[in-house]
Write a protein that binds this ligand. Structure first.
Ligand SMILES: Nc1ncnc2c1ncn2[C@@H]1O[C@H](COP(=O)(O)OP(=O)(O)OP(=O)(O)O)[C@@H](O)[C@H]1O
Ligand SMILES: [Mg+2]
Length: 234
């Protein structure tokens, strides 16, 4: 089998919301490639199109034009590729970390992470072992059996991060993942993401306003008004 050179390929990606006079071009003609193991930051002001870009790559938000190729599979080419099982691709290839943590309220922290593993056919014991290990590495060893309402915002966000990392996805997409965290926990999250990028060869795209986080990144994209204006420090 050929070795896949890029984890993410984006070519002339455009996303237009709405039609006619009220149409908004949120992303205009974006082209970039990210290799396995690369950690890439997306910086830009509010409304510049960062979340749109992430959700279009993440098989959540259908691109209007252009191509998206994930781990060698063309998922969009002038709209979604017909016949793709988007849900399955999302589950197997992608890990998401959002601004809002989206934990399942009636499951404990441990169960919230385990479910991501069990969905991908790990046994309950294997899922429990890996979920526990991840939560401990995010300083949540004392919160395994707590429900989301009993967690602080930062703790809940770290559970959501553990869940996104659980299946060691090829592509991790994070939208302001450290916004709710203090400096120490923010740094723990970043070092875990870096370790995952290196060890597991995952491509990681992080939207952030936090310049402290951007220091260790391989590349930085600056987005303005739907356009990737600059690539700093590649
Ligand atoms: N579902 C939608 N329908 C219509 N317009 C939208 C929709 N989602 C986003 N937009 C518009 O697209 C543009 C880009 O929005 P987007 O959410 O991608 O920006 P962002 O860079 O993530 O902003 P923030 O930093 O505030 O999260 C904005 O003008 C926004 O109003
Ligand atoms: Mg956003």
């Amino acid at each position: 089998m050929d070795k896949i050179m890029y984890a993410i390929e984006v070519e002339n990606l455009t996303k237009i919301y709405g039609k006619g006079e009220t149409a908004v071009t949120a992303i205009a003609d974006a082209t970039f490639h990210v290799k396995p193991g690369e950690l890439v930051a997306i910086l830009g002001p509010s409304g510049s199109g960062k979340t749109t870009l992430l959700t279009a790559i993440g098989l959540i938000n259908e691109p209007t034009h252009g191509k998206v190729i994930i781990d060698g599979a063309t998922v969009a080419d002038e709209g979604w590729t017909p016949g793709l099982d988007l849900k399955r691709l999302r589950r197997e290839k992608l890990g998401f970390i959002f601004q809002a943590h989206n934990l399942i309220p009636f499951l404990t922290a441990l169960e919230n992470v385990m479910i991501a593993l069990e969905i991908n056919h790990l046994s309950k014991n294997e899922a429990k072992g890996r979920a526990t290990e991840l939560l401990v590495s995010l300083n949540l060893g004392h919160r395994l059996n707590n429900y989301p309402t009993a967690l602080s915002g930062g703790e809940a966000q770290r559970v959501a991060i553990a869940r996104a990392l659980a299946n060691k996805p090829k592509v991790i997409l994070a939208d302001e993942p450290t916004a709710a965290l203090d400096t120490e926990n923010g740094k723990n999250v970043m070092s875990l993401l870096k370790k995952l990028a290196v060890d597991n060869h995952s491509a990681i795209l992080v939207v952030t306003h936090d310049h402290r986080m951007v220091e260790g990144f391989d590349r930085i994209f600056q987005v303005n008004d739907g356009r990737i204006a600059d690539e700093i420090g590649s």
